[in-house]
Ligand binder design. Structure first.
Ligand code: FAD
Length: 449
């Protein structure tokens, strides 16, 4: 019998037969119930089976055995990037912290660990990561594979912390890549195209505390005038807006308390929030991380949402667009120009900054970026039309989409704007010559076949 657990029609029986009170079995029931859909429920995976190895050796065996497969992390992508025509391999049970190297200031982990599982273990040992995304529920390898990011003008995206990956390639062998090797820069933000990352090493630093100060109703005129200063007013800054009024509804400023705190004074005409807020002002804020200037550990402040809670109902779609930092204010105003198009399907939009990196497939490759994120109602036919308008509107700024969210940009446009796409395709073919990890997303957007 295969050492790994198969989830699908057959494994449903297996899980029921094996029902005990062990944590694994409880989790398996949940996986079976949710297995065929992504987190938001807008996409049903076509892969017939889902395999869940418990060790790296099991992962290697599975990869060797199968002809077609794709890694599945925590299922938080909104499109079909993690799907496979045949088989998905979940890294869910590869979720251990392996070791901390105190001299090198690095942590080595199994790839399926979620940031929310890793962070408290690092904190316990006195360490921290440089940044986190808006929620901690996502797997480290899945997040890095799609260039997931938080905010902060000096903060690179989450993969910028990666120092080494151990990649299981199509023949089941492990290839180790680190920052000294050119292939590393193609492989980390790898869209799951090169193989399945089994283990990763990340930079860590001494733990730090963060406080969140929120401001409301920032005049757009001030934003236009002081875009860079506002985005630099804390370690990590997010703007929440619906583009409708002459104001940005909320500014979230996350400041490290081990660094000199900015004197906010009057915040560019915005007023300090008088109570805890959800990014959508009308929604209850109890699932959000603590605000009102209350200091707390990095991992309980950098994400907007707490680990123990579902960040929202999940009945939503997301898109996110990257433009170079120098175009940010102009791009914002261009979006204001189509606010009536955007509004009917919009739940909220978030603006963030990300520092440049060296990853070939990162939208921030060699350029500091600002991103425009959109949380949409789950109405794809309407949202799809709006995305076309947004992409057209931001086209003069060479806009690129988040790989894990919804977009409609043509593959030829992606190709013309991702300068290292050819090198990436060559690299993917080097590690996956028979296309074991190819799926329809990669065929369309990367291989363009
Ligand atoms: C509520 C919500 C909030 C979000 N917030 C943010 C945010 O703040 N910032 C942001 O940038 N994005 C955000 N995202 C998007 C999300 O973080 C990314 O799409 C990320 O890829 C999700 O990771 P995952 O493990 O769930 O990936 P999955 O959807 O499971 O997989 C994504 C890709 O990673 C590959 N992959 C997974 N594991 C491996 C592995 N071990 N080896 C090789 N390839 C692998 C898969 O094959 C696939 O191509 C958010 C998504 C949701 C649903």
């Amino acid at each position: 019998m295969s050492p790994a657990i198969t989830v699908g029609v057959i494994s449903l029986l297996n899980c029921k037969q094996k029902k005990t009170s062990s944590k694994t079995d409880i989790d398996m029931d949940k996986v079976v119930a949710e297995a065929r859909k992504n987190w938001a429920g807008n996409y049903s995976y076509k892969a017939k089976t889902l395999r869940t190895p418990n060790t790296v050796e099991e992962l290697q065996d599975l990869i060797k055995e199968s002809v077609k497969q794709k890694a599945l992390g925590s299922k938080h992508c909104f499109n079909n990037i993690a799907d496979s025509p045949t088989e998905q391999i979940s890294t869910k049970n590869l979720n251990r912290l392996i070791s901390i190297d105190e001299d090198a200031k690095t942590v080595t982990i199994e790839s399926g660990i979620r940031y929310g599982e890793l962070a408290p273990q690092l904190q316990e040992k006195g360490y921290a990561l440089h940044n986190l995304a808006s929620l901690p529920h996502i797997s480290v390898a899945g997040a890095c594979a799609t260039a997931t990011h938080g905010s902060g003008v000096t903060n690179g995206n989450l993969p910028s912390a990666v120092t080494t990956i151990e990649l299981v390639t199509a023949d089941g062998q492990i290839v180790e890549l680190n920052r000294e090797q050119p292939d590393f820069y193609g492989a980390v933000v790898g869209l799951g195209a090169l193989g399945i990352i089994a283990r990763m090493t990340l930079d860590i630093e001494k733990t730090y505390n963060v406080r969140q100060d929120l401001f409301q109703n920032l005049p757009v005129a001030e934003l236009q005038e002081h875009f860079d200063e506002i985005m630099s007013s804390g370690y990590s800054v997010s703007l929440f807006t619906d583009y409708q009024n002459d104001t940005v509804s909320q500014v979230w400023v996350k400041s490290r308390t081990d660094r000199k705190l900015k004197d906010f004074g009057s915040f560019y005409g915005a007023s300090a929030a008088t109570k805890k807020l959800h990014p959508i002002t009308a929604m209850p804020a109890e699932n959000c991380t603590d605000q009102m200037g209350v200091e707390g550990p990095w991992y309980e402040r950098l994400p907007h949402f707490k680990m123990g809670f579902t960040p929202s109902s999940g009945k939503e779609l997301q898109s996110e667009y990257f433009v170079a930092k120098e175009n940010a204010a102009e791009a914002y105003m261009a979006l204001v120009g189509i606010k009536d198009v955007i509004f009917p399907q919009l739940m909220i939009s978030e603006v963030r900054s990300i520092a440049a990196d060296d990853y070939w497939m990162s939208p921030c490759y060699k350029r500091d970026c600002v991103t425009f994120h959109f949380t949409w109602k789950q109405n794809w036919p309407q949202v799809r039309k709006i995305l076309g308008r947004i992409e057209e509107t931001l086209s003069p700024f060479g806009v690129l989409p988040h790989w894990g969210k919804m977009f409609t940009l043509e593959p030829a446009t992606l190709y013309s704007r991702h300068k290292k796409m050819d090198d990436f395709v060559l690299l993917a073919k080097k590690y996956d010559p028979k296309g074991k990890f190819r799926n329809s997303f990669l065929d369309l957007n990367v291989y363009r076949t």
